[in-house]
Design a binder for this molecule. Sequence first.
Ligand code: CP
Length: 333
Amino acid sequence: MASTRAASIQPKTAAFSPNGKAFSSPKRKDLLTVEHLPLETVLHLLDRSDHYVKFLEAPGPFQKLKILEGRTIANLFFEASTRTRTSFELAERRLGADVISLTPAVSSLAKGESILDTIRVLEAMKIDAFVIRHNVSGVPGFLASRLPHNLHVVNAGDGVHEHPTQALLDAAEMRAALGSLSGKHVAIVGDILHSRVARSNAWLLAKLGAKVTFVGPDTLMPRNVAAVFGVDTTNNLDSILDTADAVMMLRIQMERQARGFFPSIEEYREEYGMTPERMSRSTALILHPGPINHGVEIETEAAYGERSLVLRQVRRGVAVRMAVMEWLFSNEV
Ligand code: CP
């Protein structure tokens, strides 16, 4: 990808639209990465998500808020999604925004229109923000670099790069369950190499003072993990079970693998699966970003057992995305 912005929040003073018209908005905010998200902003978003969890759990009919009244958000998912797409849509609607969700397979993208032209067409219809998922790393950042500065971009997962709102919702649920993440040990297990969730979580958990261990076979581990992420690695899941406060199981991302990275599913399950037997040797909370491959990286009893945060992660997804969309248009840090 030709260009990505180094920082997720980058104040601007001027830019030019495709027709050459100058724009200026020093307060534009995007959410492209957590790697470059200031701790102050992280804490603000986590706190606001706590507020919105309470709001969403309040009894009685749901009251639509007016925080984004008059704003129009476009959700552009160029890659499959259930949780992220629906929770962004719910979050935007619950804040009072008008929402459109483009399905690439039945849009003019299928006739060969470029993503940039698609964005320009929507921009001409006065869209205020784009939420973008793409299977190529860097696409949200690239599009953000080409958009006028009165528009906002949120990365809803790009290739093997980052999934910022997933990491925020994971951290928010772990913080709610453990009280604080400072000094806590979080193990992230499985296909680290192809996981944007692992990358965003490593950056974010380090900011919040947690110790992170990546667990998986060497073939599914990125290079230079200690230098790049500042986290430990091990091939031995059993060696961290008694010290981990939380264990995040990852799906093997077959769609990103051009060749086999392990001998068989059975062997993978034996070495890296969260089985009932492993559950019995640990007191850790269990997380999974979804979608789950039952009987591979995690057994159903572990995925939906009493120490599991899996469905709480889904619920928190709406609250975190409400916090993010509110923040985009606010003067908050
Ligand atoms: N966790 C996650 O990104 O799930 P979806 O692919 O269903 O959005």
